[in-house]
Ligand binder design. Structure first.
Ligand code: NDP
Length: 300
């Protein structure tokens, strides 16, 4: 069997179009422009790339983009003061503080200073608690993107056996809650899981969020399973010439695609969905802040 490729790039473009249509209607019908503030502390090159691309896409869907770039030696108190101002600013509906923060800052303290209603990353402890108890919350963008792709591909997820490899707060754990919310039977694996391959082999749905290049092999996959590869790993690519690199996922794509029913590629799978879901969350936050109906299909 050769798996169907779940094209995250194309799906993300459709999500952004939907968001843009809603934004346009919000402007014309209500005179409201959703606004996203992104805060970057320091000069981490990868973070700078993410922030630039978030800002560009925010503007492309018609939202207002507010970028705040702070020096690496900014004090935690100054960052908290900025968050306080953004919390109080009615033009800002979503706030994202780009992680990781410099070592002298307490990330939990900073994230929990964001107004939970504007916490478009879904990392505030209130949103974590709401998601964990099945209540309306802001949902972390990467797992939300995975859920949207699964629903789009499979329709109902009810009763499916799902295995999540990885238990991080930003991917694995929220993914567990989202799949459970859609009535999957969910197993979460981690570095101490015994017989990992056997556990993964039972799954109708595999979510790989490990951070280990090509760890999940084709012979771990149940024939016909749907495989969502969250991993982004840079590896040497001597075939492209000495010193070159390429991106690979946590799944060994070539062998898994021979067995799976469907699979997301890396790049072009989950990655593009993450920013699309950030925009969707900002739109959702804006609608909630203004007492307007939330867009359908863009939330959990
Ligand atoms: P973390 O490092 O926070 O978590 C990794 C998880 O994998 C941990 O729970 C760890 O277990 C588990 N793990 C590590 N080694 C093994 C192993 N040998 N067997 C089983 N489990 C193992 O990573 P993240 O969740 O932040 O990210 C995971 C991947 O997803 C990374 O490649 C990251 O780059 C990517 N990512 C992609 C995003 C996107 O937009 N597409 C967004 C966010 C992340 P333990 O808890 O026991 O240590």
């Amino acid at each position: 069997m050769t798996a169907q490729i779940i094209d995250g790039k194309a799906f993300a473009a459709r999500v952004r179009e939907q968001v843009a249509d809603h934004v346009s209607a919000l402007k014309s019908d209500h005179g409201i422009t959703p606004g996203l503030a992104v805060v970057l502390v320091g000069e981490d090159p990868a973070s700078q790339v993410y922030v630039r691309s978030k800002g560009k896409m925010t503007i492309e869907v018609g939202m207002a983009s507010f970028e705040h770039k702070l020096d690496a030696d900014t004090s935690e108190a100054d960052l908290l003061a900025l968050i306080g101002r953004l919390n109080a600013d009615p033009a800002v509906h979503g706030i994202l503080v780009q992680l990781p923060l410099p070592d002298h800052m307490n990330s939990d303290l900073v994230i929990n200073a964001i107004d939970p209603a504007k916490d478009v990353d879904g990392f505030h402890i209130s949103n974590v608690g709401l998601l964990g108890t099945g209540q309306k919350s802001m949902v972390p963008c990467t797992p939300l993107g995975c859920l949207m792709m699964l629903r789009d591909h499979l329709g109902s997820l009810s009763g499916k056996d799902a295995v999540v490899v990885g238990r991080s707060n930003i991917v694995g754990k929220p993914m567990f809650h989202l799949l459970l919310g859609d009535s999957c039977t969910v197993t979460v694996c981690h570095s101490r899981t015994k017989d990992l391959a056997d556990v993964v082999r039972r799954a109708d749905i595999v979510i790989a969020a490990v951070g280990r290049p090509q760890m999940v092999k084709g012979d771990w996959i149940k024939p016909g399973a749907t495989v969502i590869d969250v991993g982004i790993n840079r590896v040497d690519a001597p075939e492209k010439g000495a010193g070159n690199t390429r991106l690979v996922g946590d799944v060994d794509f070539d062998s898994a695609a021979q067995v799976a029913g469907a699979i997301t590629p890396v790049p072009g799978g989950v990655g593009p969905m993450t920013i699309a879901c950030l925009l969707a969350n900002t739109l959702t936050a804006c609608c909630r802040a203004n007492g307007l109906r939330e867009p359908e299909g863009l939330t959990a």
